[in-house]
Design a protein around this ligand. Structure first.
Ligand code: ADP
Ligand code: MG
Length: 303
């Protein structure tokens, strides 16, 4: 499966003096001789896996392909600078369709002051594939990794979770400015952007940091989209498992958590819904005080 393969690739790749942070986080960090650090994120969208036509217009496909990468740079508290876009376009789609994809990329790139600096183009008999690499730089306080969560930390997130397939997965706002503002306000200990699902991505932080967590069921910020679904699953199930919310999930010291709650540096909703504990694993507490293990769940690409 996907994670076992990535683990194998990581072991084969080994270490390299240029690579300050390699495979295993939301973006890699490279170090030049000049002392500057360079962040690189790369994510690919595949037709009928990450989007379906015609629900996704070519403009929205281009937008999403860049947005997921901006979200990965945001997860490091980085500033995105330039994008490279590779597309394999099914034969017969035509010039206007391909231009619309790039119009979607450029619209978002312009808004985030990101340069479209290159890419690659091919025609294919298979499905549409678009792969984007984004280059960025760390903010003033440096990058935030998935590791770094400490026992006692508050677990916090921007926005709300669940039901993104109703449309938000194509139109979400990457939390670039929010990540930088939060990390400037207080030192963030660990951060990830929620692509696989709140439960799965919390587990990614916990495993990278070698800690556990207890979260409060009633404090989890559930999105209106998740409440409106009527498919047998509860809104909470959707919030924990759906994925593609592309919100920031992060941990801070309790003192800094209180500061953020009292005086938030961002206009998007901030939620505090759990605490990091020393014992590995994750438990979820219901209103009556009963706790149960929270399964990892989340989206996995089965190979
Ligand atoms: P995210 O959900 O944040 O985009 P992924 O689960 O896609 O993260 O990737 C996790 C890590 O594995 C990242 O560091 C990514 O660069 C790396 N990775 C994924 N696929 C490959 C691959 N085929 N070769 C090398 N590294 C990979
Ligand atoms: Mg990510």
């Amino acid at each position: 499966m996907e994670f076992a393969l990535i683990d194998w690739i990581r072991r084969q790749a080994g270490s390299h003096p240029r690579v300050a942070l390699g495979i295993g986080d939301d973006a890699a960090a490279l170090r030049w001789d000049s002392g500057a650090d360079c962040l690189v994120a790369m994510d690919m969208l595949v037709e009928n896996v990450h989007f379906s036509i015609p629900e996704a217009t070519p403009r929205l496909i281009g937008r999403k392909a860049l947005a997921v990468n901006l979200s990965d740079i945001a997860a490091m508290a980085g500033r995105p600078l330039a994008a490279f876009v590779s597309v394999a376009i099914p034969r017969g789609k035509g010039m206007a369709f391909a231009q619309e994809i790039h119009a979607g990329v450029l619209e978002l790139a312009n808004r985030f002051d990101v340069a479209l600096a290159g890419g690659d183009t091919a025609a294919t008999d298979g499905p549409l594939v678009i792969s984007v690499a984004v280059i960025g730089e760390p903010g003033g306080r440096g990058i935030v990794r998935r590791e770094g969560a400490k026992a006692g930390d508050w677990i916090m997130a921007t926005g709300t979770f669940g039901g993104s397939l109703a449309g938000r997965h194509l139109t979400f706002e990457p939390r670039v400015a929010e990540a930088i503002a939060l990390h400037e306000a207080v030192p963030l200990h660990a951060m990830i952007d929620v692509s696989d699902g709140l439960a799965a991505d919390l587990h990614h932080i916990l495993e990278a940091s070698g800690v556990g967590a207890v979260i409060g069921q009633d404090a989890i910020p559930v999105s209106p989209d998740a409440r409106n679904l009527d498919d047998g699953k509860t809104p909470l199930d959707h919030a924990l498992g759906d994925g593609e919310d592309f919100e920031l999930l992060f941990t801070v010291s309790p003192e800094d958590g209180k500061r953020l709650v009292a005086d938030s540096p961002v206009s998007v909703r901030l939620a505090w819904f759990g605490e990091i504990v020393a014992e590995p694993g994750c438990r979820i507490l219901d209103a009556s005080g009963q706790s149960r293990p929270l399964p990892r769940a989340g989206w996995v690409h089965e190979l």
